[in-house]
Design a binder for this molecule. Structure first.
Ligand SMILES: [Fe+2]
Length: 220
């Protein structure tokens, strides 16, 4: 009986230590990989399961890990993601920017997406671009014309006026005081497994999975 009591005390202590260590680790991991709002194969054939597994599971996870490592011991240790993106530079900016960019990217799609925006966003698009068709053309042209790696964004200013913003590498319109609404990733890692060099074809296909409720909800 005595032995059992001692053993259970030992196990309890070990459990408590492990539990505390896990909490400690969780506290240190400030930023976590976002959860996808769909299954990894749900966006196929526009984006294949394989591309999601690499793009989300490997590339985004690496940006998250790098960000968590790079903020340690800096003024950004407890900062919000958008604050880090707007105020940091160098490697920290690149990784924070890519976490923000991909969080917006992966949550703006749905297997039930496509069609056209409605309400305030539709009105705002028509005001600036004349029509949804024309907006799509200009957005695709901007994405195709972006040299190298980067992002094409639909962004809104404080008055709700829209513009198309081309950003190189990890750029995000928040650094210009704008709100990002929709972002197409034109890094080759986002499309090369499925479309190889055909970036224009990939961008054209993406419209089929855009969740306009999510994108419209970003317009304040
Ligand atoms: Fe990407």
């Amino acid at each position: 009986m005595m032995l059992l009591t001692i053993l259970s005390l030992v196990f309890m202590t070990n459990d408590t230590i492990n539990h505390n260590q896990n909490n400690q680790n969780n506290n240190n991991m400030k930023f976590e990989l976002i959860k996808l709002p769909y299954a990894t194969d749900a966006l196929a054939p526009v984006i294949s399961q394989k591309t999601i597994e690499f793009h989300y599971g490997k590339h985004l996870q690496t940006y998250v890990n790098n960000l968590n490592n790079l903020i340690q011991g800096t003024q950004f240790e407890n900062a919000a993601l958008e604050t880090i993106v707007t105020e940091s530079e160098g490697g920290l900016f690149n990784n924070a920017g890519q976490v923000l960019n991909h969080n917006l990217y992966f949550t703006q799609f749905s297997p039930n997406g496509g069609g056209q925006p409605t309400g305030k966003l539709a009105t705002a698009i028509n005001e600036v671009f004349g029509s949804f068709d024309n907006f799509q053309k200009e957005f695709e042209t901007a994405g195709v014309g972006l040299f190298g790696s980067g992002w094409v964004w639909l962004a809104a200013d404080h008055a709700g006026k829209l513009s198309i913003v081309k950003e190189p590498n990890a750029g995000n319109p928040v650094t210009k005081g704008l709100t990002p609404l929709l972002g197409f990733d034109v890094w080759e890692h986002s499309y090369y497994l499925d479309y190889q060099n055909r970036r224009a074809d990939h961008l054209k296909e993406l419209w089929k999975i855009v969740d306009w409720n999510v994108v419209g909800g970003r317009l304040k």
